[in-house]
Design a protein around this ligand. Structure first.
Ligand code: CIR
Length: 253
């Protein structure tokens, strides 16, 4: 399995934020945390393809939003935030030759952070970033690959669907307590993350392991109980720009 990642640009302190952080973003610290994240992916056995950062796009490190990849296909997105639209071309070029690449046109918008795959289903959160036309394009591309696309209403206050949940294998999903009903993911086992560790509901599970937010011991124990080797990583500086762990990579198998 390959993980596609992208460096932290020198303009990262100007990334989009829901609320300005109390302490401004430290780009050097964000870069060090990103390097630790990439090392964690490597320790899980993934091969890394790292795209260079582009200073024209302060949010480009959050590469997940630019493509949804499954079953040999990639849907390169049209990100909901206008300032992020130009991030996609470098990602599309990196994916070409590895998978079949499809694009989406206006008025469709979609951020990869709103998409979560569990087994034969892709759940897509309708949000300020992802609209119904984006979800329809997702179904058009992945339906023929026997993936059902189901829409989910993103919980209020969350940037993306995966701000509050993430897949933990083919039939299991981590969900922050109190954010989504258990019925949101029919047929999947739900592992509930306690509210005081809500940020850890976004974990990167792959290759028998999982990268989990550092400093969340209860979630760590839950993920280990699900049979995964946990690698804790601190991405607090990247989180100042509303990024979680899955945002920082695109997994291609
Ligand atoms: C944005 O607002 O687009 C970025 N500052 C954060 C994107 C985080 N991406 C993700 O959750 N998939």
């Amino acid at each position: 399995m390959i993980a596609l990642v992208r460096g932290v640009p020198s303009t990262f302190a100007r990334a989009l934020v829901a609320r300005p952080p109390a302490v401004p973003i430290d780009v050097a610290r964000a870069r060090a945390q990103h390097a630790a994240y990439v090392a964690a992916l490597r320790s899980l056995g993934l091969a890394i393809v790292e795209l260079p950062a582009d200073d024209a796009f302060p949010d480009c490190v959050f590469v997940e939003d630019t493509a949804v990849v499954a079953r040999g296909a990639a849907l390169v997105t049209r990100p909901g935030a206008v300032s992020r639209r130009g991030e996609v071309d470098a990602v599309a070029a990196a994916l070409a030759g590895r998978v079949e690449v499809a694009r989406m046109e206006a008025p469709a918008t979609l951020d990869g952070g709103d998409c979560l795959r569990i087994g034969d289903a892709i759940y897509v959160g309708l949000s300020a970033r992802t609209n119904a036309a984006g979800a329809a394009r997702l179904a058009e591309v992945f339906g023929p690959r026997r993936l059902r696309v189901r829409t989910v209403q993103r919980p209020p206050g969350a940037l993306h669907l995966k701000s509050v949940c993430s897949p933990l294998g083919d039939d299991c999903v981590l969900v922050a307590a109190g954010t989504l009903p258990a019925s949101a993911f029919p047929g999947a086992r739900v592992v509930e993350v306690p509210a005081d560790e809500a940020r850890a509901a976004n974990a990167v599970a792959c290759a028998g392991g999982a990268i989990v937010a550092a400093g969340c011991p209860e979630t760590r124990a839950l993920v280990e109980a699900a049979g995964l080797r946990v690698v804790p990583v601190d991405t607090s500086e990247l989180a100042k720009a509303d990024g979680a762990l899955t945002c920082l990579s695109i997994l291609v198998d």
